[in-house]
Design a protein around this ligand. Structure first.
Ligand code: HEC
Ligand code: HEC
Length: 247
C-alpha cells in the first residue's frame, strides 16, 4: 500500500464511517454482487486504477469541484448534491436517491446505460473486479466506506500500482515512469499530441499545469503524482524535443 494511501486510511478509519449500505436494486447479471467482490478487493490496486477518474474528480474533504463534482463522502450521499458544483445534468438530478454500492457499481460499469443522458463522458470500467477495487479505494479515501472485518485483501503495492499500466499503450506519449499518470490526466480533454509536440522547460511545464487548472478546470494533481508528471514532462518533452511526434 502506498504511503499516501495508508495515511488516508488511518485518517479516515478513525472518522465516523458509514456502515455497509443495505442493498438497493439488483446486482449485475452474471457477476458476483459488489459486497462479495469487495471482500476480495484491493484498495491499493483501486488507487492505481482510479487514475482514470482523477483529472475530473477530487476525493478529499476540501477538494474543489472541477470538471466533475467532488466525491468526498460519496457512499450514502444524495445523488447530485455536491454544493458548489453547478453542472449536474438533468438526468443525474432525476436519478435521485442516494449513492449505494450497487448503484455506484452499475454507474461505473457503464455510465450512459445506468443514467441515460449523464454528462460524465467516461466509457466505464467493464471488469467487475477492477470496479470493486476502485470502489474499495474510493469508499475509503472519501471517508464513506468501512472496510470489512479483518480489512481488505492485502495486496502488493508494486504489483497493484504498476502492473496494470506497465505495458499499457500511451499513444504518442513515450512509455516511461510517469507516463500512466500523465496520460490519465492529460488526455481527458485533449489528445496527447498537444502535450507531445511541446518542448518546454520545467518552469514552463509548471506554468502550463497551473493554466490547465485555473483556466480549463483540470483537477489539481496532488501528492507524489505531481512530481511524477512534472518530471515526466520535463524529461521527455523538454526544450530539446527528444520525442517530438512525427506528423
Ligand atoms: C471526463 C471527466 C470524468 C471522468 C474521467 C470521470 N468522471 Fe465522474 N463525473 C463527471 C461529470 C461531468 C459528472 C456529473 C455527471 C452528471 O451530472 O450527469 C460526474 C459524476 C460522477 C458521479 C456522481 C456524483 C454525484 O455527486 O452524484 C460519480 C459517483 C462519479 N462521477 C464517479 C466517477 C468515477 C469513480 C470515475 C473513474 C472511474 C469517474 N467518475 C470518471 C466527469 C468525469
Ligand atoms: C479539463 C480539461 C483539460 C485537462 C485535464 C488538460 N488540459 Fe491541456 N488544455 C485544455 C484546453 C481547453 C486547452 C486549450 C484548447 C486547445 O488548445 O485544445 C489546453 C491546451 C493545452 C496545451 C497547449 C497550450 C498552448 O497554449 O499552446 C498544453 C501544452 C496542454 N494543454 C497541456 C496539458 C497537460 C500536460 C495536461 C495534463 C497534465 C493537460 N493539458 C490537461 C484543457 C485541459
Amino acid at each position: 500500500m502506498s504511503a499516501a494511501l495508508s495515511r488516508r486510511l488511518t485518517r479516515h478509519l478513525l472518522a465516523g464511517l458509514l456502515a455497509w449500505l443495505p442493498a438497493t436494486g439488483g446486482a449485475i447479471a452474471g457477476e458476483a454482487s459488489i459486497q462479495e467482490r469487495l471482500a476480495t478487493a484491493s484498495p491499493a490496486r483501486g488507487e492505481a486504477l482510479s487514475l482514470v477518474c482523477r483529472a475530473c474528480h477530487g476525493f478529499a474533504e476540501d477538494a474543489a469541484p472541477t470538471l466533475g463534482p467532488n466525491l468526498w463522502g460519496l457512499l450514502g450521499r444524495a445523488v447530485a448534491s455536491e454544493e458548489g458544483y453547478d453542472r449536474y445534468s438533468p438526468a443525474m438530478a432525476a436519478y435521485a436517491g442516494v449513492w449505494s454500492l450497487e448503484r455506484l457499481d452499475r454507474y461505473l460499469r457503464s455510465p450512459a446505460e445506468e443514467i441515460e443522458g449523464t454528462s460524465m463522458v467516461f466509457p466505464g470500467v467493464p471488469d467487475a473486479g477492477e470496479r470493486a477495487d476502485i470502489i474499495a479505494w474510493l469508499g475509503v479515501v472519501s471517508g464513506s466506506l468501512t472496510p470489512p472485518d479483518g480489512g481488505f485483501a492485502a495486496s502488493d503495492p508494486d504489483e497493484s500500482a504498476l502492473g496494470k499500466w506497465e505495458n499499457a499503450d500511451f499513444g504518442l506519449l513515450v512509455t516511461a515512469e510517469g507516463a500512466a499518470v500523465t496520460h490519465a490526466y492529460c488526455t481527458v480533454c485533449h489528445s496527447e499530441r498537444i502535450v507531445a509536440q511541446q518542448g518546454l522547460t520545467r518552469e514552463d511545464w509548471l506554468e502550463t499545469l497551473e493554466y490547465m487548472v485555473d483556466e480549463h478546470g483540470m483537477a489539481p494533481i496532488e501528492g507524489p503524482e505531481f512530481d511524477l508528471v512534472v518530471d515526466y514532462l520535463s524529461t521527455h518533452y523538454g526544450p530539446d524535443r527528444p520525442n517530438f511526434p512525427s506528423p
